[in-house]
Design a protein around this ligand. Structure first.
Ligand code: BGC
Length: 266
């Protein structure tokens, strides 16, 4: 089954049809630049442009959003235009795209994909995916079941919002060395571990491609720490899975199916 996935990011809005059997894109993805200001109206129009590129209409679409989303309504806007707060994003998008649209937090989407097709596959217990980028996103799973909208990037650490100190944007803004930044990430992970005692941390976001530069520098954390595997496409794949209802299925919850083709057959 193919469902369309769209990932709304700070710099680009990317989308592609997703092959749910393989947990991968079934066509090259198409990207437009995120409009500035990224108001609901302008972003919704950009998402339509992406869907139109594939002639996608009247079929399910999953869309990520970098903030809290409950029942299709966007509730927070830490790194996007404040106009998103309290917006019926799923309703607006469904109307504009003339397709049924599901909206899901970006880190939750990435987590859903990683738990079924990537680094968290088959892992039980408490697994926490953290995405490091403009902000820090989190997806918390217990025995494969997602606790949505956990927002662990906004935990207070040393008196400030953790994502202000340990996101990759903080690394760039303050010109931190890998070593210096890894100290901050370590302190952040130790704090999250103190609260949740996960078995596994999955580190996502663009920086997961450079995992070898900072993961070996991180100590003082008991849990296993691994880079995400789906990297750039995790958001698109997870959004499509959420739209297909896979996020709530036992396969997606536990990642326990022996092969991905089996996972897609239901
Ligand atoms: C937002 C989260 C989001 C994360 C990554 C944070 O600032 O509050 O909802 O998942 O950034 O985009």
């Amino acid at each position: 089954m193919n469902v369309f996935g769209v990932d709304i990011g700070g710099s680009g809005i990317k989308g592609a049809p997703v092959d749910l059997a393989r947990g991968d894109l079934s066509d090259d993805r198409f990207k437009v630049l995120t409009p500035h200001p990224a108001t609901p109206e302008s972003v919704v129009e950009s998402v339509r442009e992406v869907a139109d590129h594939f002639g996608w209409r009247g079929r399910p679409v999953g869309v990520t959003f970098p903030g809290v989303v409950t029942d299709g309504t966007t509730r927070t806007a830490a790194n996007v235009d404040n106009g998103w707060i309290g917006v019926d994003a799923a309703g607006m998008l469904s109307e504009e795209l003339r397709s049924p649209v599901t909206v899901v937090n970006d880190a939750d989407a990435a987590g859903i994909a990683e738990m079924t097709f990537g680094a968290g596959r088959g892992r039980r217990g408490t697994v926490i995916l953290l995405t490091f980028g403009t902000g820090i996103g989190s997806a918390v799973f217990t025995d494969g079941r997602l606790v949505p909208n956990t927002e662990l990037g906004h935990l207070e650490l040393d008196g400030v919002d953790a994502e202000k100190r340990a996101s990759t944007r903080a690394k760039e803004d303050h010109d931190l060395s890998w070593h210096h930044w890894a100290r901050r990430v370590e302190r952040y992970l130790a704090h999250v571990e103190m609260l949740f005692s996960p078995e596994l941390f999955v580190i996502g976001g663009g920086v997961s491609r450079k995992a070898e530069k900072f993961l070996p520098l991180i100590g003082h954390v008991r849990a296993e720490i691994v880079p995400a595997q789906l990297q750039n496409n995790a958001g698109i794949v997870g959004a499509a899975m959420a739209a297909a209802g896979k996020a709530g299925s036992p396969a997606a919850e536990t990642g326990a199916r022996p092969t991905s083709s089996a996972a897609a057959s239901d």
